[in-house]
Ligand binder design. Structure first.
Ligand code: AMP
Ligand code: TRP
Length: 341
């Protein structure tokens, strides 16, 4: 059976972009067709200014929302990255095959570093090395596929490069993974600024639909979405990004095609109304399940504890093999020492 791995950062409240671009597919497809692992990648949340208590709170909430979205611990492994040491163990070894030029070319690094500097802040070294840790997340499990939204494809390409390079230099150790993207909604855009991604770290949220937004709030945000000048409802990402975004969200929620749906609407208002209702209906079961899970936090804790145990057992032999391949002396195990005495 193929192995699938994906992760999500506890850096903010999860958004419709996270759901349509990633989580929904994890629950509907990946966990049924693969030996799948889904990870709350908390170490990645430390690459930018952070509040420790908030990261802890969001890690728990993210895990709860993954289960609310339909991930079933009977079918897949759900865990927290920092509970499994193999990620950081492998990350260092991969830093020894990655180059600094490669890291500096990552679009997300360039954007986030520029934003941080513009604010007068400093850029954490971990922001630069973050894609190597992500590569370690993926390679430690021998993953074949990595289901992600568009913004992560470059990082998965880098992961492939590192795996191939390591294998060529030190002998075959890693499976070379590939990114898989959703057909529609691979990049859900901000409703107030349809040229930028709907991101969960955005501080102000009028253009961001959060998974736990009340229906009324969702309705307001969608109805106030920025649309393009013009009268006709046409699907064109280049010239009509606001409309295209709404059509893609509607398509993703109803199972239609954005192009076809555009023909069914005579006015922007009707399109917004239907999109709002479709989003509310799509999120309804998730919100209900989330409420139930919040009433039983020990259930979520149990899932995470079992998940970490399973994940550790899978990653350990792969990371040990990488340590041996790159030239690290294996530790002598106790029974051998005792026998020699
Ligand atoms: P992150 O929130 O950056 O940890 O992302 C977790 C997953 O959600 C990744 O697979 C992202 O590619 C995906 N994702 C995040 N935001 C969006 C978006 N606006 N549209 C589509 N996918 C997204
Ligand atoms: N970098 C990803 C993001 O920002 C999150 C992530 C970390 C991830 N490790 C991963 C995604 C491994 C897929 C596989 O969304």
């Amino acid at each position: 059976m193929k192995r699938v791995f994906s992760g999500i950062k506890p850096t903010g409240h999860l958004t419709l972009g996270n759901y349509l671009g990633a989580m929904r597919r994890w629950a509907a497809v990946d966990q049924h067709q693969a030996d799948a692992l889904f990870c709350v990648v908390d170490l990645h949340a430390l690459t930018v200014d952070h509040d420790p208590a908030r990261v802890r709170r969001l890690s728990r909430q993210t895990a709860t929302l993954l289960l609310a979205a339909g991930l079933d611990p009977e079918l897949c492994t759900v865990f927290v990255q920092s509970h499994v040491d193999e990620h950081t163990r492998l990350s260092y070894v991969l830093e020894c095959v990655a180059t600094d030029g490669e890291m500096r070319r990552m679009i997300q690094y360039k954007e986030k570093a520029a934003r941080e500097r513009a604010r007068g802040g400093s850029v954490r070294l971990s922001l630069l090395t973050y894609p190597v840790l992500m590569a370690a997340d993926i390679l430690a499990y021998g993953s074949d596929e990595v289901p992600v939204g568009d913004d992560q494809v470059q990082h998965v390409e880098l992961t492939r490069d590192l795996a191939v390079r390591f294998n060529q230099r030190y002998g075959h150790t890693f499976v070379v993974p590939r990114a898989t993207r959703p057909g529609v909604a691979a990049r859900v855009m901000n409703l107030q600024d349809p040229t930028s991604k709907m991101g969960k770290s955005d501080d102000v949220g009028p253009g961001v639909v959060y998974l736990l937004d009340e229906p009324d709030v969702v309705r307001k945000k969608v109805m106030r979405a920025v649309t393009d000048s013009g009268q006709d409802v046409v699907y064109d990402r280049e010239t009509q990004p606001g409309l295209a975004n709404l059509l893609e969200i509607l398509a993703a929620c109803t199972g239609g095609e954005p192009e076809e749906l555009s023909g069914a609407y005579a006015s922007y208002g009707d399109l917004k109304k239907d999109t709002a209702e479709a989003v509310i209906e799509t999120l309804r079961p998730l919100r209900e399940r989330h409420r139930e899970l919040c009433a039983d936090p020990s259930y979520v804790e149990g899932v995470l504890a079992a998940g970490a145990g399973k994940a550790r057992a899978m990653a350990r032999p792969v990371v040990d093999a990488a340590y041996r391949a790159i030239g690290l002396l294996p530790p002598v195990v106790e029974p051998v020492l005792n026998a020699a005495r």
